[in-house]
Design a protein around this ligand. Structure first.
Ligand code: SAH
Length: 212
């Protein structure tokens, strides 16, 4: 279902500057309509964020593609995602051959998405907890992707990134963020690129925003 819509979405992403062929291939094959509430499934291939309940969203496909491309991944890389949400970003990474570890703080979203991963046969290590402290057990990670926006870059995530690994994380205030793309050169030494004008839901936690 929706093959034509997925092809059109890939065309849109190419026009907007996404070049990574592995990312585009994954967008072509992952059925985004299965990751949104049934009532809005027919809109799933528009290049927009969409509500998934509990005030949260599935990220815009362009944002998912841009962040994934920015990670500059080799197949088989170990990736930590903070903010599982719908599971779409994690599914894109699995399709690209990554080992994915993902953390969601909302227990209802976590339970729904875990079931979806099982039903779809997606191999993802998922955990329900506060993600700004990371997931030390499986560190270091070749890539870390944070899909909610916070005020700073959490220290534990910096520590849990492998040397030469990359982290993409939106940082700013609650209304808008700059996407930071960090490369870890050495322990405590990061090269940082910045891409302005992104809008994510808030990262809530110890090194994020307070819950309101
Ligand atoms: N990657 C998701 C985007 C989901 S929106 C997707 O592809 O659909 C961001 C998610 O981050 C929300 O589900 C929110 O509950 C979660 N979140 C916010 N702060 C968090 C934290 N500190 N740890 C883990 N998850 C968090």
């Amino acid at each position: 279902m929706f093959e034509k819509e997925r092809e059109a979405l890939v065309e849109t992403l190419i026009q907007k500057g996404i070049k990574d062929r592995e990312v585009l291939k994954a967008v072509l094959s992952v059925e985004r309509h299965l990751f949104v509430p049934g009532a809005i499934a027919s809109h799933a291939y528009k290049d927009t964020a969409m509500p998934i309940g509990y005030g949260q969203t599935i990220s815009q496909p362009y944002t998912v593609a841009f962040m994934t491309q920015a990670l500059n991944l080799k197949p088989g890389s170990k990736i930590l995602e903070i903010g599982t949400g719908s599971g779409y970003q994690a599914a894109i990474l699995v399709k690209m051959g990554m080992k994915v570890y993902t953390i969601e703080r909302n227990d209802k979203i976590y339970a729904t998405t875990l079931k979806l991963f099982e039903n779809m046969g997606l191999r993802v290590a998922a955990r329900c907890s506060e993600g700004t402290i990371g997931w030390d057990e499986f560190a270091p990670y070749d890539g870390i992707i944070v899909t909610a926006g916070g005020p700073t870059i959490p220290n534990n995530l910096k520590k849990q990134l492998a040397i030469n690994g990359r982290m993409v994380i939106p940082v700013g205030d609650k209304s808008g963020q700059t996407l930071y793309i960090l490369t870890k050169i050495a322990e405590n030494d990061f090269q940082i690129e910045e891409e302005p004008n992104f809008a994510f839901v808030p990262l809530i936690g110890r090194e994020g925003w307070k819950e309101t």
